[in-house]
Design a protein around this ligand. Structure first.
Ligand code: TMP
Ligand code: ZN
Length: 408
């Protein structure tokens, strides 16, 4: 049977495949290589509602469980970003509200909500991965370990009342049943409340060919047009859109109940700008497929040339995104000796699918490789500052997306 769009139920078909992919964040020990879970990562664009989506998604329990290896607080830059986000919410959104109630969907280790806690704001985080949620709980952040759903929203309304602000960052695009999230929001949101979320922006991915943003957890890559369509299904309205530099280019979407708040001119102008740039046209995606193939060929040829000159290469930052690159390009220990990373849950383990050892970043300087393949271009400034000595001593950085500049 053909595929149906997860948003509008229109028949859709994949425009490209990234082949067999593992769970992007499941770093393995050497005894677990056998029986590793894989799925076919085919991607579709819906010409009706403009939603960019995976054709198949692994079961959410495969991805968001007690061994979920991503901690928001691992990046100082992201922690600062969330502090600034919280300031925007408190000063620009709930400014004059008495005793506002703020809910965050997917609060991870509480990096965002701790800003609300310290401001004495009533808050609640919803987080399905117990290991990261327990960090939030240990810091006194009010947290519920659960998936966000209409049933949960109803129980939250009876336990706490409606929410003045519902927040989410890098999480809504993870949820295949995105319509149930929007339904839950429409249950939980106060009449004059706002729903604010930010996610990697499709236009940045297409313009920069950052195809590594496509992995199991990213069921969707949103655009202003697709969010506009989705909002209307739940009588919500897009009232503002604010571009962000995070994750190689993200968009902050601000929604309210229809007719309750003023819609900024930015929403209208950006909806039109997306259409004019071809983002809602299927041809753009055929071109994107070709661009991905070109980037793969270029990266492999760079790595091959370095290896045939007898030089060493390591990876830097075992990001979830790197799983797409290493598996799509078949980058194994044939090219990379290891990947250096800061995350305790990844160190000592092996990368999903390609089984490259992950080592503690503290050993990077002594290792002193000839070349470093940087997977975390979104954290480049922070990493370049940390590894300045390596660069000053003549070390070489390679971009995992050829042509994408590394901000040194
Ligand atoms: P992200 O791209 O999904 O935010 O993942 C960030 C990954 O990069 C995470 O595994 C930690 C790693 N990392 C480092 O190894 N060193 C660093 O300085 C930073 C900021 C991240
Ligand atoms: Zn659709």
């Amino acid at each position: 049977m053909g595929k149906l769009c997860l948003v509008c139920n229109c028949p859709i078909s994949p425009f490209m495949t990234f082949g067999r992919q593992p769970i992007a964040n499941r770093f393995l020990d050497a005894t677990s290589f056998e029986g590793e879970y894989y799925f076919d990562m085919d991607v579709c664009f819906c010409p009706n509602c403009s939603m960019f989506q995976l054709a198949n998604t692994p079961d959410p329990e495969e991805m968001f469980n007690d061994s979920y290896a991503f901690y928001t607080s691992s990046s100082r830059f992201m922690a600062n970003h969330f502090k600034e986000f919280a300031r925007y919410v408190l000063e620009d959104v709930v400014d004059d509200k008495i005793d506002p109630f703020v809910v965050e969907i997917g609060c991870n280790d509480g990096t965002m909500l701790k800003n609300f806690k310290s401001a004495g704001i009533r808050h609640l985080g919803i987080e399905p991965s117990r290991n990261v949620a327990s960090v939030a709980i240990s810091q006194g952040i009010n947290t519920r370990v659960d998936f966000f759903s209409p049933n949960l929203a109803r129980s939250l309304v009876s336990d706490y009342g409606v929410a003045d602000v519902i927040l989410a960052t890098n999480v809504i695009c993870h949820i295949p049943d995105v319509k149930s999230v929007f339904e839950a929001v429409s249950i939980l949101l106060a009449d004059d409340g706002v729903f604010i979320f930010e996610e990697p922006y499709l236009k940045d991915v297409i313009d920069k060919t950052t195809y590594d943003q496509i992995y199991d957890e990213h069921t969707f890559l949103f655009s202003i047009n697709s969010i506009n369509y989705l909002s209307k299904l739940f009588t919500l309205e897009l009232i503002d859109v604010l571009p962000q530099s995070t994750h190689g280019g993200s968009m902050r979407y601000v929604l309210a109940r229809q007719g309750k708040r003023t819609v900024t001119d930015r929403v209208f102008s950006q909806l039109v700008a997306e259409v004019n740039s071809g983002l809602t046209s299927p041809h753009t995606y055929d071109k994107f497929k070709r661009n991905c193939e070109i980037k793969r060929t270029e990266l492999l040829s760079t790595l091959k040339n370095i290896k045939s000159a007898g030089k060493s290469i390591v990876g830097y930052a075992a990001t979830s995104k790197s799983t797409t690159i290493t598996n799509y390009c078949s980058i194994t220990t044939e090219y990379l000796d290891c990947i250096f990373d800061t995350t305790p849950l990844k160190i000592g383990r092996y990368s999903p699918g390609t089984h490259i050892p992950v080592r503690d970043h503290v050993h990077f300087r002594n290792y002193n490789p000839d070349y470093v393949l940087l997977f975390a271009y979104n954290h480049a400034a922070e990493i370049m500052e940390k590894e300045r000595d390596y660069t000053l001593n003549g070390g070489h950085w390679i971009s995992c997306i050829p042509g994408l500049e590394i901000q040194k």
